[in-house]
Write a protein that binds this ligand. Structure first.
Ligand code: FAD
Length: 423
């Protein structure tokens, strides 16, 4: 019987939480260190400082959750999703009439699913909380790590969001394995770079994003959820603008979370008028029909209230060092959101990593008294070798899909290709 290992997970986002669940199911002692306070506490500022982000969940991510060894996780997750069977393209014809065109994702009618990222994350934390071998450390910021001595240092902040000016202290933690799931600006990756010759590439694309919301109908014909939506709930809605776009994804409260993606220069133009008066005419010209769904005053207020955030794409190699650390999710491969695969690929990282760890641990069980760190070292090296080509490919596809979503969905070539594919 192998000795219980101490697994330290950095970051309690969706990827870190799922990784903690996989590790805890294997009977290891799991500690989760998270920079922010508990997401389930209403006073916690959500990531990206907005109410919520709606995500497209696909088979890649669902499969990873299916294999987490917790049937109630997948039951809950599937119950909180809305199927999107295709994209709905919105536009205006030459005669001025508005049109909607449904483009199914799959000839067999299969869908991707809309899900609230915060809701999914909270569910993972709830399940972890019930596990006796899991301990949370919120308000703990990783500040240093020694991957030869397997030690990490954290700055511990006061409880709650108002950490400015509060006293902080440092704690030292040891571990057998650190799983770095601390997002695009990963501190684990930063420290890992000092121990291995890491190739690293970071690109900010010329696009910013800002969130808006379409509210539900004020008077719905009946009490069902689906009667509340102002536009089809079973589509990912796109208003393509060639150089920019507006999208809407349904939520399970009858709202749509919408996002404007546009070059920084366009954001600067829209920001240049403090009254926001330029915003509704811009939407009317380029995203026909939106001002009937989001009143102009609300469009202006959301644009000024919600942050204008950049989009980063990161590739690196390797993902691990020795037997002591590996990075997962956005920490390893943050990607632009246009392929809807950032979180899905991160969840898939977890499934693949633990498959490989299990395979090497089984091989070592055959030789009594084997050192778990030796099998882990082989496993992490295999994980890096297997995962990097796939992660880099998804990263590239995500970049390419921005052009597809904002422009190609309108082109005659696209239509011809679709027609030939389906013939
Ligand atoms: P994060 O969610 O970034 O979590 C990292 C955690 O680590 C955070 O809780 C953070 O507080 C913590 N942390 C950071 N630093 C430290 C530290 N020093 N010490 C301790 N803790 C730390 N993906 C999809 O699959 N489908 C989509 O449709 C989709 N749409 C998107 C739309 C937009 C606009 C954006 C911006 C992203 C979208 N994504 C989508 C990508 C998705 O949001 C990310 O890939 C996913 O959230 C990554 O999860 P993660 O757990 O790796 O990292």
């Amino acid at each position: 019987m192998a000795k219980r290992q101490k697994i330290v997970v950095i970051g309690a986002g969706p990827v870190g939480s799922l990784a903690a669940l996989y590790a805890a199911n294997r009977g290891d002692d799991v500690e989760i260190y998270e920079l922010r306070s508990d997401l389930r506490d209403p006073s916690t500022t959500p990531l990206n400082f907005t109410k919520s982000i709606n995500l497209a969940l696909s088979e890649r991510g669902i499969n990873a959750m299916r294999h987490a060894g917790q049937p109630k996780l997948i039951e809950h997750v599937m119950g909180a999703t809305i199927p999107m069977r295709g994209r709905m393209i919105h536009g205006r014809r030459a005669n001025g009439a508005l049109y909607e065109e449904s483009q199914d994702y799959d000839v067999h009618g299969r869908s991707i699913l809309a899900i609230d990222r915060g809701g999914l994350n909270k569910r993972l934390l709830d399940i972890l909380e019930e596990m006796p071998n899991v301990t949370f450390f919120f308000n703990h910021k990783l500040t240093g790590a020694d991957f030869r001595k397997n030690k990490a240092w954290f700055e511990v902040r006061g409880n709650g969001a108002a950490t400015e000016g509060q006293q902080s202290r440092e704690v030292e933690v040891d571990f057998d394995l650190m799983l770095g799931a601390d997002g695009a600006h990963s501190a684990v990756r930063y420290h890992l770079m000092k121990y291995t010759r890491m190739d690293y590439q970071q690109v900010y694309i010329d696009a910013m994003w800002c969130e808006f919301q379409i509210q539900p109908k004020t008077t719905a014909p009946d009490a069902s959820l689906y009667s509340k939506f102002l536009i089809s709930p079973n589509h990912l809605h796109i208003w393509p603008g060639k150089e920019f776009m507006f999208i809407a994804i349904p939520s399970d409260d009858g709202t749509f979370t919408c996002t404007l993606f546009a070059p920084a220069s366009l954001f600067e133009h829209l920001e240049s008028d403090p009254t926001g008066a330029v915003i509704p005419p811009f939407f009317d010209k380029h995203f026909p029909g939106v001002t009937a769904l989001i009143p102009p005053a609300e469009l202006i207020a959301s644009f000024h209230r919600n942050p204008h955030l950049p989009l980063i794409s990161i590739k690196c190699n390797p993902y691990h060092y020795g037997s002591s650390v590996v990075i997962l999710g956005d920490a390893a491969h943050a990607m632009v959101p246009f392929y809807g695969q950032g979180m899905n690929a991160g969840l898939e990282d977890v499934r693949i990593l633990f498959d490989i760890l299990d395979k090497h641990a089984r091989m070592d069980e055959l030789s009594a008294g084997a050192d778990p760190s030796a099998s882990r070292e082989r496993a992490l090296a295999e994980y890096t070798a297997v995962r990097i080509p796939d992660a880099h490919a998804i990263n590239d596809l995500a970049l390419q899909n921005y052009v597809e979503m904002r422009a190609s969905v309108l082109s005659p070539v696209y239509r011809l290709r679709k027609f030939l594919e389906e013939a």
